[in-house]
Design a protein around this ligand. Structure first.
Ligand code: NAD
Ligand code: UD1
Length: 349
């Protein structure tokens, strides 16, 4: 069994904690670096409970170069999965400097420390939000980029930086060139089927699924459906929701690809992680009502600024090159969200 050591930045967060479970179960050693800006250490206690395995945890900020250098020297990881980042679109519009400093500068420090330690294998959490306007609602990796808010632009800038690092290694004929997978997530939802870990948003959720779950459990009175006049079959927005466990499995596949002949000469490549299937807001509400047998109180409200009518993935590249495909359907996503929500009505508190 593979005993590679993976350093996971942001490993205490929603997606990172699920990735830690999959990594430990796949036989990797795991080191988490997280400043706990948007997470609690309890998530990592539960990761260890689910897997019966231990991981190393450092409460540190990825912008702290000295701390990061010491962690790399002590732990000598072979690969990094980089989840650490701030992700609230609205907040990024109000505090762009915070987002560029945390996400972009943080990645600069991380890659500098990695290069110093000669660890040049990286899986990065990008987002479908990097795509620009397109004729087709089904996005392929070669589509033009054009993020429309500071959060999205921070992801696009990081993608550029990582591509440039890889190109420079090719130009310089570096003996150990960067091997980088940019994973563009569509809409991750759901939770581990144990109900022990899941999404624990601070305050009132911005995203649809945690909002619906909190309406269903009675924590919030009513869901606002942002617009029913989009050019979609039922008029509400369509997105590609993907189960977080399927999503993190894509990261394990990406590590395997980076270790394979495909990346022998190094490189930096983007892959969509989505199901390829879109669902409307009303379809999500119906699925929630069907699975939980609870009515969802909702009203139609005006459109939310910056929202697209429809956005879903073409996942073929990840299928072909990473040998990855999703295993869970919408009912699984809803059932696992509900299981987490009912077992942890106040999140990790
Ligand atoms: P999350 O907030 O739950 O997890 C991010 C983690 O990073 C948190 O634990 C936070 O404390 C940590 N962190 C933030 N800044 C840090 C810093 N400077 N140093 C150390 N740790 C830091 O978010 P998530 O949903 O798990 O997202 C993980 C990654 O995936 C993020 O980069 C996010 O932008 C990206 N992403 C998320 C989604 C989504 O819908 N959840 C979609 C696309 C991309
Ligand atoms: C949002 C972010 C995106 C980020 C993604 C995953 C914006 C503009 N975009 O995408 O950058 O990568 O989350 O974190 O914030 N909806 C409602 N009522 C609600 C909430 C949402 O009707 O209370 C609708 C939205 O209009 C949309 C769908 O539900 O049609 C999904 O919304 P959301 O979960 O916020 O995801 P995105 O908008 O796709």
């Amino acid at each position: 069994m593979n005993k590679q050591k993976v350093l996971v930045t942001g490993g205490a967060g929603y997606i990172g904690s699920h990735a830690c479970v999959e990594l430990l179960e796949a036989g990797f050693d795991v080191v988490v670096v997280d400043n706990l800006a948007n997470s609690k250490p309890e998530s990592l206690a539960r990761v260890q409970r689910i897997t019966g395995k231990t991981l190393a945890f450092y409460q540190a900020d990825i912008r702290d170069q000295a701390a990061l250098t010491a962690i790399f020297a002590k732990e000598t990881p072979t690969t990094v999965i980089h989840f650490a980042g701030l992700k609230a679109v609205g907040e990024s519009c109000q505090q762009p400097q915070l987002y560029y400093h945390n996400n972009v500068y943080g990645t600069l420090v991380l890659t500098e420390v990695m290069a110093e330690a000669n660890v040049k294998q990286l899986v990065f959490s990008s987002s479908a939000t990097v795509y620009g306007e397109s004729e087709s609602p089904q996005y392929s990796e070669h589509f033009p980029l054009g993020a429309i808010n500071p959060y999205g632009r921070s992801k696009a800038m990081i993608e550029d930086i990582l591509r440039d690092l890889s190109t420079a290694d090719t130009l310089n004929q570096a003996p150990n060139p960067w091997k980088i997978a940019l994973l563009r997530y569509f809409n991750p939802i759901g939770a581990h089927q144990s109900g022990l870990i899941g999404e624990d948003p601070n305050g009132i959720p911005n995203n649809l699924m945690p909002y619906v779950a909190q309406v269903a459990i009675g924590k919030l009175p009513q869901l606002s459906v942002f617009g029913d006049d989009y050019p979609t079959p039922d008029g509400t927005g369509i997105r590609d929701y993907i189960h977080v466990v399927d999503l993190v499995k894509g990261h394990i596949k990406a590590i395997a690809a980076l270790n394979s002949d495909k990346f022998l000469a190094g490189g930096c490549k983007a892959y969509n992680l989505g199901t390829g299937q879109g669902y409307s807001v009303l379809e999500i509400i119906q699925a929630f009502e069907r699975v939980t047998e609870k009515p969802i109180n909702y009203k139609i409200s005006p459109r939310r600024a910056g929202d697209l009518a429809e956005c879903f993935a073409n996942p073929n590249l990840a299928r072909q090159e990473l040998n990855w495909k999703v295993e869970k359907n919408l009912d699984d996503m809803v059932a696992d969200t509900w299981n987490w929500q009912t077992k942890n009505p106040r999140g990790y508190d």
